[in-house]
Design a protein around this ligand. Structure first.
Ligand code: TNX
Length: 528
């Protein structure tokens, strides 16, 4: 007798509740998608399902308007009684699939769940008209995210990656129901975004003459002497923004200031305290050369740049960095000292606070909100700033207690540039040690906060700083599967977390990553 294969339910992040049932729903030639309300966003979500089915089967699902679940079809119905805007219910039986959600985002996440329930070998990324019989195991799922901000960061200054890889990164973010891509576009080692008004930013600021060999702490220090660089044109950025929209991912661009801006100063040295000359930095770490906070030209330049950035990225947030700004030159600079005097500031820390507050005012005037790393607490927070807590949790706790929104991205849990195993065979990394289990154990709940302040922790984010990741393959090796552990931390309640269960689900999903061609870390975990 032929044995029926048992249904597999290996969804990451784990849904809030899942009732497993026998049998499968099978997509047929006459299957349809029925949308209760046809609008742009709902259709965008439905398109993803069309893609999901089309590539492996050749079946193109038509989208029609309606409210009734027809046999062989998928009904996507707006349900105002669902409280979480990203929540959904998904009922799969042998005849129909019914998705209910408050918004299109809920539809989209239900469809990502369907994607993960489908056999990995039929993943749409590479299967083209393979004539699969596409079965989805029956179940009833009720699901919603714990946090509204579920982010992944990527540094493209230290090393950059082709447009196609950026899209693939966004795809993986979406597959695991994260919704933010924090794009670190500028730093000392390279400016990566075309700004029409300041062409030297990309002519000069986007290229360095060489790159440090080995760890930046090594002495003596050697450089490879090979020119490195590049940038994303505004056209490419528009294409990526559009792609992210189709994956329900919002991009937060980061333009660094007042520190981490040597690539700007190499192109426009007049924006520094000393006048330069400067070169785009060839090694990692920080430098004394930062934007002059005394000169008006600095603010004019930044406002011009941000105006172009704002036009490109439709999301609410703009990240302005604010981290690791050494104050050495500000202490000696007559312009900065004059600014301290006229603005009646106490010291250089307050000068940094003046700088960020002034930029915040500008962003608010453009209807945008500012995010900065936790150093923006120094000298007093800008009134409406959101803080990204990276030096552990302390800055985040302080900011939440002051009534500011906080994104937790502590280097003690979610820095994917840190080592992930103790093996001597690991490729060179910046340092640290953050194995998958440690990432998974992160609980962004803090006893130091009262209930109200706790509400200001709007989410978490994994960071991928790429000093020691020269290629996209290497970047993927450091990022996956730690990204998926972060996704589960961001989505499910702590009481539901179970690392062994997570690994068993990863064991299934890793076949999908193999299919997609993700170069994930296959180290010493017991999934092998
Ligand atoms: C600190 S995190 C930095 C980055 C580095 C990273 C390396 C932060 C706000 N600043 O510039 O790339 O450490 O782990």
């Amino acid at each position: 007798m032929k044995k029926t294969k048992e249904n597999v339910y290996a969804v990451i992040p784990l849904p809030v509740s899942i009732k497993k049932m026998p049998g499968n729903f099978t997509f047929k030639k006459k299957s349809k998608i029925i949308l209760s309300i046809i609008d742009n966003k709902n259709t965008l979500a439905a398109f993803f399902l069309v893609e999901l089915v089309k590539n492996p089967t050749g079946i193109v699902l038509p989208i029609i308007q309606g409210n009734k679940a027809l046999t062989n079809s998928v009904l996507m119905s707006i349900d105002e009684s669902i409280t979480n805007p990203e929540g959904y219910t998904l009922t799969i039986n042998k005849k129909t699939i019914v998705i209910k959600a408050k918004t299109a985002a809920g539809f989209f996440y239900a469809i990502q769940t369907i994607r993960q329930l489908l056999p990995p070998e039929a993943d749409p990324i590479l299967s083209h008209y393979d004539n699969f019989s596409l079965n989805v195991p029956c179940c009833e799922i009720i699901d919603e995210p714990r946090f509204r901000y579920r982010g992944m960061h990527l540094d493209v200054s230290r090393h950059m990656f082709p447009v196609e890889y950026i899209k693939r990164y966004i795809d993986m973010i979406a597959l695991h129901k994260m919704n933010i891509f924090h794009w670190h576009l500028t730093d000392d080692q390279g400016w990566r975004i075309e700004i029409k008004k300041y062409p030297k930013l990309t002519e000069i600021g986007a290229f360095r003459k060489g790159t440090v060999i080995g760890h930046a702490f090594n002495r003596p220090i050697y450089f490879d002497g090979k020119a490195y660089g590049g940038f994303y044109s505004q056209k490419e950025i528009q294409e990526i923004v559009l792609y992210a929209k189709s994956r329900f991912v919002t991009i937060i661009p980061e333009i660094e200031m007042p520190g981490h801006s040597l690539s700007v100063l190499a192109a426009y040295p007049e924006l520094s305290c000393t006048g330069g000359p400067f070169e785009v930095r060839q090694t990692w770490g920080i430098t004394d050369n930062v934007f002059c906070a005394g000169k008006e030209e600095t603010f004019k330049f930044i406002e011009d740049v941000l105006s172009e950035v704002i036009e490109l990225f439709p999301g609410k947030y703009i990240h302005i960095g604010g981290d690791e700004c050494l104050k050495t030159q500000w202490k000696q600079c007559p312009f900065c000292q004059k600014r301290i005097e006229t603005e009646k500031l106490k010291d250089e820390k307050e000068l940094q606070s003046y700088f960020i507050k002034r930029i915040e005012k500008f962003l608010i005037s453009k209807n945008k909100s500012l995010i900065g790393w936790d150093e923006i607490l120094e000298g007093g927070l800008a009134p409406e700033a959101t803080v990204m807590s990276w030096r552990g949790k302390a800055g985040g706790i302080e900011a939440a207690n002051q009534g500011h929104d906080v994104i937790m991205t502590p280097n003690t849990y979610v820095y994917f540039d840190y080592y992930q195993s103790e093996s001597y065979n690991e490729p060179l990394a910046i340092g640290g040690y953050l194995p998958l289990e440690k990432v998974y154990s992160f609980n962004p709940y803090f006893i130091e906060l009262g209930a109200e302040a706790q509400e200001h922790i709007i989410g978490i984010q994994g960071n991928v700083w790429t000093e020691y990741m020269p290629t996209a393959q290497h970047m993927e090796y450091m990022t996956y599967p730690r990204m998926f552990a972060a996704a589960e931390v961001a989505w499910i309640p702590t009481s539901k977390k179970d690392f062994k269960d997570f690994l068993s689900r990863f064991n299934v999903q890793k076949l999908r990553y193999d299919k997609i061609g993700i170069n994930y870390f296959k180290g010493n975990y017991f999934w092998q």
